[in-house]
Design a protein around this ligand. Sequence first.
Ligand code: 5GP
Length: 191
Amino acid sequence: MAKLIIICGPSGVGKKTIYHDIIKQPKYNCVYSVSMTTRKKRNDEQDGKDYFFVNKTQFMKAIKQGQLLEYTKYIDNFYGTPKKFIHEKIKKGLNIVLEIEINGLKQILANNFLRKENLLTIFIEPTTFTDLKKRLIKRHTEKLSIIEKRIQQAKWEMKAKNLFQYVITNKKVEVAQKELISIFNKELLKE
Ligand code: 5GP
């Protein structure tokens, strides 16, 4: 049975760098769920690949029509997971990777969308908040006022890490990747 793999972690912690290549390995049978967001597209992002970039009216319409599996307001923007894609891929027996924040995970846990054994939840944490702030500044994707808000959000998110089956500390990317690979080997290749 396919698993919904939920990867969470504070903004800037390096989630994508860690999982990007690993989830593409054919043996893990994974597909990436592209979220919908009202956030502005960054220079290095592609519509339909990184996110479906929509305006607030379109996002509200998606909520109203029940198109989203979960959604949240994060800082000043909305983010949500389109339901149709998830249903289609589950039917095909594929593992689906969702990179979402904590409120989204809580909704998925609360609505019993899948049984617990079909969920794989992983939290990626920074070594320190100072390190996290440095990473966010270096990324040059948000202005300082937004970075401060993301750090505050990170402090709240860190308190929820006990909700997860696995916690990876991103001290060194290569080490974090090895940890993720061993989780995937154990959880996805066991049959
Ligand atoms: P960013 O703006 O940095 O791309 O994302 C901000 C936060 O929103 C990150 O923690 C990211 O994981 C989360 N996020 C992205 N897509 C979704 C989604 O579909 N649902 C929820 N709940 N969070 C999302």
